[in-house]
Design a protein around this ligand. Structure first.
Ligand SMILES: O=C(O)C1=C[C@@H](OP(=O)(O)O)[C@@H](O)[C@H](O)C1
Ligand SMILES: C=C(OP(=O)(O)O)C(=O)O
Length: 438
């Protein structure tokens, strides 16, 4: 958790003068877009992504696939259909170089893809990417027949010596530090000679909705996947080898990126409408309907989207966020403004996200006068009157949006490096001021 002086311009977080009342069109889901790109690249025919997220993480994914020989055309569809990416798969090539930035989805989903390239693929990224866990993917690929050259630490930078194919088969992985280890192996699994059988062996597996998203999206392109939920063994996922279909997929809005806007309705006692909120989804952000209702709001899911209304009251919450860890910063921000304490549990793995999110949230809220303590697996937040000051973001998009939520209720909050929101939501400052009618 270091502050990069190159990224310290301060953005005065707008203070809400009254209840917000806005409709916010939230761009596409990062997690869906990056899975869709990988699956389209591995398919045996071209596919389309409509309304993809265009942000640092997804552009890095697209660039990496292009570096391995996949053609990705970008354009704008007929009225109302928005931008599209057309993905034309090709035999995967090496040598290639991939910049993962600090995108968990790129650093974990692509090494298995690179085993199918016909030469070496070098992976590197931001300094923080060297600290994020990757050993589960590296060790598993070696067991499945790949050659991966790293510095022995089980992390980036590394080179996958693509051999044009991978044997695949059964493998054990401790994915307790990131569900993305499991998703990564499953996504490329249909293209391995024997498919893949992933057995999670560690303590609790976080972010299960993201694994369900992987399974759903694999099935939607024709893969056969057996899961614990479909009658298989607990903690075992099996993907049968086979060709993948090209799809025409419209990407859902990113419900985790909808979080700060919903929080704005909660914090100001206002109303925010998010068009196109899906009626059925694997995105963890869907849990916000329940969590933010318990914290004082109410919501209605209509054919148009989600209508979320704050009551003026903000209540604390005691909640297990293990399945939906990426929602923690936004919930912590609201909890710091609540009328009673909160306990956020089962998110120890957030210490290895974009930054150590538990330490960062504790430090930044406390520096504004808050009373947050880190527990072994989460945060305990006792609301206190807050004051203005600089909210550091540690190159973490969700720290920046969390700081903006606090700033709605507390005058004089300045967000350091709000541009870091470009990881998943480049339009954030404009969407935010637009919501406030500025
Ligand atoms: O697969 C995905 O798209 C994601 C899985 C989760 O990762 P972890 O299981 O590492 O928390 C989540 O936090 C991340 O934002 C996106
Ligand atoms: C943890 C996150 O991202 P990543 O995909 O880089 O793991 C996140 O977006 O909150």
């Amino acid at each position: 958790m270091t502050v990069n002086p190159a990224h310290t311009p301060l953005w005065p977080a707008p203070h809400a003068s009254g209840a917000v009342d806005a409709t916010v069109h939230v761009p596409g889901s990062k997690s869906v877009t990056n899975r869709a790109l990988v699956l389209a690249a591995l398919a045996s025919e071209p596919g389309w992504l409509r309304r993809p997220l265009r942000s640092r993480d997804t552009v890095l994914m697209a660039e990496a696939l292009r570096a391995m020989g996949v053609e990705i055309e970008e354009g704008v569809g007929p009225d109302g259909t928005g931008e599209f990416w057309r993905v034309i798969p090709a035999g995967l090539r090496g040598p290639a170089t991939v910049d993962v930035g600090n995108a968990g989805t790129v650093m974990r989903f692509l090494p298995p893809v690179a085993t199918l390239a016909d030469g070496p693929v070098r992976f590197d990224g931001d300094p923080r990417s060297y600290e994020r866990p990757l050993h589960g993917v590296i060790d598993a690929l070696r067991v499945l027949g790949a050659r991966v050259d790293d510095d022995g630490r089980g992390s980036l930078p590394l080179t996958v010596q693509g051999g044009g194919a991978l044997e695949g088969g059964p493998v054990e992985v401790d994915a307790s530090s990131s569900s993305q280890f499991v998703s990564a192996l499953l996504l490329s699994g249909p293209r391995f000679n024997q498919g893949v059988e992933v057995r999670h062996t560690g303590s609790a597996l976080p972010s299960m909705p993201h694994i369900r998203m992987t399974v759903d999206m694999l099935r939607a392109v024709g893969a056969q996947v057996d899961t614990p939920e479909s009658g298989g063994e607990p903690n075992v996922w099996r993907v049968t080898p086979g060709a993948l279909l090209g799809r025409d997929l419209t990407i859902e809005p990113d419900l985790s990126n909808a979080q700060p806007f919903l929080a704005a309705a909660l914090v100001t006692g206002g109303k925010v409408v998010i068009p196109d909120w899906p009626s059925r989804t694997t995105q963890p952000g869907d849990r916000l309907r329940e969590i933010f209702t318990e914290m004082g709001g109410s919501c209605e899911l209509t054919d148009f989207g989600l209508v979320f209304t704050g009551s003026g009251a903000i209540h604390g919450i005691d909640v297990d966020l293990g399945e939906v860890g990426e929602l923690t910063p936004g919930i912590a921000a609201v909890a710091a403004l609540a009328d009673s304490p909160s306990t956020l549990r089962n998110v120890a793995h957030l210490r290895l996200h974009e930054t150590d999110r538990l330490a960062a949230l504790t430090k930044e809220i406390n520096e504004l006068g808050g009373d947050v303590t880190e527990t072994a697996d989460g945060l305990h937040i006792r609301p206190r009157p807050l004051h203005g000051g600089v909210f550091h973001t540690y190159e973490d998009h969700r720290m920046a949006t969390a700081g903006a939520v606090v700033g709605l209720a507390v005058e004089g909050v300045e967000i350091e490096n709000v541009a870091t929101t470009a990881k998943t939501l480049p339009d954030f400052p404009d969407l935010w001021t637009g919501m406030l009618g500025a």
